[in-house]
Design a protein around this ligand. Structure first.
Ligand SMILES: O=C(O)/C=C(\CC(=O)C(=O)O)C(=O)O
Length: 295
């Protein structure tokens, strides 16, 4: 456990290994976060964890070390609905980062446009009770109908509430990206109950994407074989709908800090051909986050 004198946790390694796998030029790390720096961007009063600073400099140093070109910065729950830290990271990236915000559903059109101008291309609806106090589906639906053109929603939930969420997901009027595939139990294997339910969701409409991410959260320990076994068939079946991300700085993983280099080495195991990897790491994230560059 890495906690400093102020009780702020560190959930990322300071010494990631250099991966064996080299991402193709232009690859996007489509799920990562920034924390602070807290003296400029304080954490929310409702934060469920208080991390050490993990700002844009550290994020971009990791990006370069791992061989990625771009980042999608997802607003983490510890910053609540104040997206300033995320916007700061996007602004510091020189166009090489875009983001996903968390907002009060009462946000005005003008504020949404300001987020768009700052590089935001979606909003995140988080249904994890350990991270947020409430997740009002009716207000989320209303907001989803008012998003700027080209935006999508990112939804974070655990497998045990997928069925309960289905009417809400079915009603969303914009494309959906599901964080970490809705956290299936990968030990059940590729044909287990959780993956089957998730496939049913993907089959229900063509604009649902998923992040084939977080073996460290979904699997017990490296080399995360059960994750590779369960997730590779998903990437192969839905090659145009998958994204990948490090999840750095791995919020709440302070007692099982993953090695970012090992996470990158999972990529060829779930996307075994160069074409699949191009879709996973370049085409799909570009279409969602840099659509102006998409043919
Ligand atoms: O970062 C993730 O993807 C997962 C998280 C943290 C999170 O989502 C947040 O704080 O907003 C988790 O499971 O604790």
């Amino acid at each position: 456990m890495s906690t400093d004198a102020q009780g702020r946790m560190r959930s990322w390694t300071l010494e990631p290994s250099t991966p064996t796998f080299h991402p193709p030029p232009g690859a996007v790390d489509a799920h990562c976060h920034v924390f602070g720096p807290a003296d400029r961007f304080p954490f929310s009063a409702k934060a469920k964890y208080i991390p050490q600073d993990a700002g844009p400099d550290a994020l971009f140093a990791l990006r370069d070390r791992l061989g990625f070109s771009r980042n999608v910065v997802v607003q983490a729950s510890c910053h609540g609905t104040d997206n300033a830290a995320t916007l700061n990271a996007i602004a510091a990236s020189g166009g090489m980062a875009r983001g996903v915000a968390v907002v009060d559903p009462a946000i005005s059109e003008r504020e949404l446009q300001a987020l768009h101008d700052g590089g935001i291309r979606g909003v995140r609806f988080n249904f994890l009770k350990r991270l947020v106090d409430d997740a009002p589906k009716d207000r989320f639906l209303d907001l989803a109908g008012r998003l700027p053109g080209g935006w999508h929603v990112v939804v974070y939930f655990e497998a045990d509430i997928l069925e309960e969420l289905r009417p809400f997901l079915d009603a969303l009027p914009v494309p959906i990206v599901v964080d970490h595939m809705g956290r299936p139990d990968v030990t059940q294997g590729p044909d287990g109950t959780d993956i089957r339910a998730f496939r049913a969701l993907l089959d229900s409409r063509g604009d649902i994407h998923f992040k084939a991410s977080c073996p460290d959260r979904l699997s017990e320990a490296p080399p995360w074989d059960d994750f590779a076994r369960a997730v590779r068939p998903l990437v192969e079946t839905y090659p145009d709908r998958c994204l990948w991300g490090t999840d750095w700085p791995h919020p709440n993983m302070e007692s099982r800090i993953p090695d970012d280099g090992a996470l990158v080495d999972m990529i060829p195991r779930i996307a075994p051909t160069a074409e699949l990897r191009r879709k996973l790491l370049i085409d799909n994230p570009l279409r969602l986050y840099w659509s102006e560059e998409w043919p």
